[in-house]
Design a binder for this molecule. Structure first.
Ligand SMILES: [Ca+2]
Length: 494
């Protein structure tokens, strides 16, 4: 099994790094104030604080709910910073500010300094995005933001600051999972590699930037929902399962029947997958762009997500995507998957959490493709005993292949379970279709899993040389097929 560097390149850490680089856009210098705040007419005047914040933080405008913890418009707000922990003590300034007419300044005495913020409101439930602005006098300083919840371990994010204002946008779901951090004790800003210049902090805000494409936060058992949350898409069925998608991949997986609070991510450290192993050299690049199209059909209780992923630095408008992923998720826990990959990538892999008790069992279904006998291999990642709960059933095969050289291999690495499916590239591209199941729970045995695999194989017939439309990607998805319906939820274009 080849673990090239590509794995890391395409992994979660790099996605986080990408987010970091994306978010490190510094905004312009302090807006010129023409008069005191009292001179501003009532209502949302162009230079009202609210209008400035909306302009400075695009996510602010999109969010349904927000909480400003500190805007530093009053020197009194410095009391939320622990004076004993901050050396030297911060001071209140009126310039520069990111928004409004006040900010906080600290003069670093050495190469390192830290600010300890004790939030006036510690209950952060319902918020999932942390925004703050930091002004640096030079390029190259490093800011580490550490969140210390009252219960549970601290989480950190580090940023390389540019000269001027840096707007940090930190996804709390990414850090703490969908349940969020709960109650927050402290947020520590730790600066290093500082030049001998003052630092400024403005605007500490929490946002709820979830947007429901289908369903709602509450729903009856089995009711589906789809939420866009920043660059994440959370798709699930209440009381059954939730999958979190990022850049065309399943990043997190939760078993809602045994874990309604979503404390335990069943996906591996890098995500659930599919990961591409043995990818060619030209794919060893970072994701530069991902386009998502999510559509939901309420009556069918199904959600479809399509993601186009681009690597490299060429403009994405003038070329086809390096990877195209299509998922159709239904309330019964079935995920139909289809991917189209540039290059000769031959191995797709899934990865489950190290300590969740997964073991792999491989099975085969014999079927007839045209006149040829074929064998579809599948794998059941099951959990028995004390950790009994959601299992993962996976079966992948090359696009429209008469022969099915799909090979499921398993191996343990640091406790994680990794399953690989080998595929044959054709014409410089790899196209794979497949089925995953994350519900019903406790499939446990091949006898329970086989009917699901068989229905998948029969539904997408293996007809060599058949008409192009047989397995056309636009039509093949399960709940969509043969349904003459009108969408009851408006398709969402991202
Ligand atoms: Ca301010």
């Amino acid at each position: 099994m080849g673990y090239s560097n590509t794995i890391g390149k395409l992994g979660k850490n790099n996605a986080a790094l990408l987010g970091l680089l994306t978010l490190l856009s510094s905004c312009t210098q302090t807006p010129t104030r023409t008069g005191p705040a009292s001179a501003v007419p009532a209502g949302p005047a162009p230079d009202s604080l609210f209008a400035q914040q909306t302009l400075a933080y695009p996510a602010f405008e999109e969010s349904a709910d927000f909480l400003v913890l500190c805007d530093f418009e009053s020197p009194r707000q410095l009391q939320h910073f622990d004076a004993s922990a901050n050396q030297p003590a911060p001071s209140h300034v009126t310039t520069p500010t990111a928004t409004g007419q006040g900010a906080m300044a600290v003069d670093p005495t050495g190469r390192e300094t830290q600010l300890v913020f004790q939030p006036n409101i510690s209950r952060w439930e319902g918020y999932n995005l942390f925004l703050t602005a930091i002004h640096s006098g030079s390029d190259g300083a490093i800011c580490r933001v550490e969140f210390q919840p009252l219960d549970g371990p601290a989480r950190t994010r580090s940023y390389l600051l540019q000269r001027g204002w840096n707007k940090l946008q930190i996804d709390l779901v990414e850090l703490f999972g969908p349940g969020g951090p709960g109650r927050m004790s402290k947020v520590v800003y730790a600066f290093s590699s500082l030049a001998d210049q003052p630092l400024h902090v403005d605007d500490i805000m929490l946002l709820d930037h979830r947007r429901y494409v289908l369903g709602a936060q509450e729903g009856h058992e089995g009711a589906m929902y789809a939420v866009k949350q920043g660059k994440y898409f959370r798709i699930g069925a209440h009381g059954r399962f939730e999958l979190v998608f990022l850049n065309g991949r399943i990043d997190q997986w939760y078993d809602l029947s045994t874990d309604p609070q979503q404390q335990r991510n069943l996906a591996g450290r890098r995500g659930l997958g599919p990961f591409i192993h043995d990818a060619p050299a030209d794919a060893e690049q970072d994701v530069v762009s991902a386009r998502n199209l999510v559509s939901a059909k309420k009556r069918l209780n199904a959600v479809r997500l399509e993601t186009q992923v681009f690597f490299g630095t060429e403009p994405t408008t003038t070329r086809s995507p390096d990877q195209a992923w299509r998922y159709a998720v239904t309330d019964d826990g079935r995920i139909d998957l289809e991917c189209d990959l540039d290059g000769e990538a031959a191995v797709l892999a899934f990865e489950t959490a190290a300590d969740a008790g997964f073991e792999a069992v491989e099975g085969k279904v014999r079927t007839t493709a045209g006149n040829a006998e074929a064998v579809v291999e599948y794998v059941l990642l099951r959990r028995m005993g004390e950790q009994r709960g959601a299992d993962l059933l996976a079966s992948l095969r090359p696009w429209k292949a008469a022969h099915l050289p799909v090979d499921a291999a398993t191996r343990l690495e640091d406790g994680r379970l990794i399953v690989e499916f080998r595929s044959e590239p054709a014409g410089g591209r790899t196209r794979v279709t497949g089925m995953l199941r994350v519900w019903p729970e406790n499939l446990d045995h091949l006898g329970n899993a086989e009917p699901h695999v068989r229905s998948f194989v029969n539904r997408v017939p293996l007809v060599p040389g058949g008409p192009e439309t047989t397995n056309d990607g636009a039509n093949w998805s399960p709940a969509w097929e043969g349904q003459k319906d009108k969408p009851s939820a408006e398709p969402e274009l991202e």
